[in-house]
Unconditional design. Sequence first.
Length: 265
Amino acid sequence: MKHLLRPTLLPLAIVGGMFLMFSSVSFTVAQQSAPTGAEAPAHTTHKSDKSLLDLYKEGGPIMHVIAACSVATLALGLYCLLTQSKSKLMPNDMVTTLRNHLQQRDVQSAAQYCNSRPGLFGRAMLAALGKINYHRHDLGKVGMENAVADECFREETKMMVTVNYLNTFAVMAPMIGLLGTVGGMITSFSALTAGKAEATELAGGIGEALVATAGGLMLAIPAMFMYFYFRGMVQSGMADVHKTLNDLVDTLSTAAQNAEAEAVA
């Protein structure tokens, strides 16, 4: 359990920390007011705090799209975390049981055990067992290894489809934010065109542009991190799966060769 928690909770801890940091930040805006009397100071500074919800509303309609993409990114990250860890790809108890069966050259029991434990590891082992050639002294070791390689390649390709969606959100997020930026600038220039040159008229559009840009980056940075993390986890996990399956094939082939040598002797 500790081996599962250490590597897999790292991305959630980092991403969760980033979201907590962004949500706890208070943005302070300095507002200058004119003096109201002779005893009043020349300039009085009032501070007003804007919550994250206030900034979300200030970002305009594009923030709804960014929020939806954020939910989808978090869901994809949780899915990858639960399904693509090394303990899920290659259970230790399954490796031990299969090694015991193959050392005894009990191919039928090994196949039945793989059928009872559906998953990537079992499917790849079944593909290898299906290539056994009983007419060869090594049971067709090369054919079994090729079957393992083909099955591992197919499974890794399927898993990378899900991981690549994280990259899609990481690339799209700044572009969505840029769309909100353009919309905010259009609003500001429309105010100028209408002859409204007051700072309050321009601040709304400029604020919308900046908040939309920040929202897109807040989504892109965690999404990009999760993409690289889970891509590395899949590649590393599949390399270990491939090596372990080849070791099991070698165990079966060696056991068959040893039995043949004993029979000859």
